[in-house]
Design a protein around this ligand. Structure first.
Ligand SMILES: NC(=O)c1ccc[n+]([C@@H]2O[C@H](COP(=O)([O-])OP(=O)(O)OC[C@H]3O[C@@H](n4cnc5c(N)ncnc54)[C@H](OP(=O)(O)O)[C@@H]3O)[C@@H](O)[C@H]2O)c1
Length: 406
């Protein structure tokens, strides 16, 4: 009888608890596939277990504690001790990824992290393995289920942001403190990890520009429907003139974009490359059982050599000021010449208008426009000038638009 494969589990919360149950349920199937039966060698929580003792008795460590310390210290120690590591910790990888990849390389062991991005959607595996030979130009993702659920509800029912957030909390799709999700920070961490794999560039969380959905109004969504657009919180990672740009922002998508129809708590990742045109992967983006399934998939992969690690990162420039297409919503006084003056300022900054809708009369008058792609700094300069015009009644609202369809 071959020795069991010993799995040490750090963290026994939402994902860790589900993983322990799944491992017991699927041990026979994993044994049939790999020739060894996986067994838990120990569990570490704040009140139970000793890390060094668990490490000593494990072939592989599963880190599902979350946060930076002591997760970082334990993961490094395990890799240095020659143990494979599986983690779902996006904060850790997006802030200390290079240090951890280097330790895995030195220890000649596997480090797998499918659960860290988009739950059970196999984006990491597809990008790091199936598409390892493709030159990836751009990745777009809906990588936060909480915000996608809120925006889907606002679109379906006309609810305000606050009402949709309260409902998401009631349904268990949003945490009591939803800050990391609604500000875009959670998505930014995941996009940093995807950019690392797509471009072999060491992108850290603090190099990702991110905006959240807190200021989106039902008006934005309603008027955009007239323009054939739907609103999503989108992460984008792209190559631009030899540099890399990674952003997270609310964006309008035309109906034909593969991410436009991704609704509710689902996640999706769209990978673009000249060789493959476009591949979209979608599915449940979070949840204990779902993420545990991705973690177990990584454990099984680690049980079967050879190890697969991202190549060492190459130094690449990171840029933030890049071209986007924008939606501009202006509340204006209802009088002649308003559109002409706005168009003149936009024209002076080199911004060209793609479509315009004029809505309402008198105190309800609004101008809603979509621009052709323009450098963000130029567009923001134009908006600053427009906001000072005496007929503009409220601060202008700006949201990006993704134009591509495939
Ligand atoms: N929840 C999801 O849907 C989801 C989806 C994708 C990825 N993830 C990632 O998976 C990881 C775990 O998330 P989760 O939702 O399962 O978290 P959780 O429910 O808060 O569980 C965390 C577990 O780690 C333990 N822990 C935390 N700090 C510790 C410390 N200093 N020493 C020892 N044990 C410690 C906790 O111990 P106690 O029980 O003693 O408190 C708890 O058992 C995170 O990296 C998260 O980003 C989660």
């Amino acid at each position: 009888m071959p020795e069991p494969f010993h799995v040490g589990l750090l963290g026994h919360g939402t994902v860790g608890g589900a993983f322990a149950t799944l491992l017991a349920e699927r041990a026979g199937a994993v044994e049939a596939e790999t020739g060894r039966r996986p067994e838990l060698s120990g569990i570490l929580t704040r009140s139970r277990g000793d890390f060094e003792d668990i490490l000593e008795r494990s072939d592989l460590i599963v880190e599902l504690m979350g946060g930076i310390e002591p997760a970082r210290e334990h993961v490094l120690r395990a890799l240095e001790a020659g143990r494979h590591v599986v983690t779902a910790n996006k904060q850790l990888l997006s802030q200390h990824g290079e240090e951890i990849f280097d330790a895995a390389r030195r220890g000649a062991v596997q480090l797998r992290f499918e659960g860290a991005v988009a739950g059970v959607v196999p984006a990491i595996r597809v990008m790091g393995e199936s598409l390892a030979g493709a030159h990836i130009e751009r990745v777009h993702g809906i990588v936060n289920g909480t915000t996608n659920y809120i925006l889907t509800q606002m679109t379906a029912t006309g609810a305000t942001y606050d009402a949709a957030l309260a409902e998401a909390q009631e349904m268990g799709y949003a945490e009591a403190d939803p800050t990391e999700d609604v500000t875009g920070k959670d998505a930014a961490a995941k996009m940093a990890i995807l950019a690392r794999l797509a471009f072999n560039a060491a992108v850290r969380l603090d190099q990702v520009s991110y905006e959240g959905i807190e200021r989106i109004t039902p008006d934005d969504i309603g008027y955009a429907k007239d323009l054939g657009l739907s609103l999503k919180l989108v992460g984008s990672a792209q190559r631009i003139d030899g540099a890399v740009a990674v952003h997270v922002y609310p964006a309008f998508l035309y109906a034909d974009h593969p991410l436009a129809s991704v609704n509710g708590a689902f996640n999706a990742v769209t990978i673009e490359s000249p060789a493959i045109t476009e591949i979209t992967l979608s599915g449940p983006g979070a949840g204990g059982v779902q993420t545990a399934s991705a973690v177990l998939g990584d454990v099984v992969s680690a049980m079967i050599p050879p190890p697969s690690l991202p190549a060492p990162a190459v130094e690449q420039r990171i840029v933030t000021d890049v071209e986007f297409s924008f939606y501009l919503h202006l509340e204006v006084a209802d009088r002649p010449g308003v559109l002409a003056q706005v168009a003149e300022i936009l024209g002076m900054q080199g911004v060209s208008i793609r479509s315009v809708v004029q809505k309402g009369l008198g105190p309800e008058a609004r101008l809603v426009m979509v621009m052709h792609p323009v450098l963000e700094s130029k567009f923001r300069a134009a908006v600053e000038l427009i906001s000072r015009l005496d007929f503009v009644r409220e601060p202008p609202r700006v949201i990006r638009v993704i134009e591509e369809t495939f």
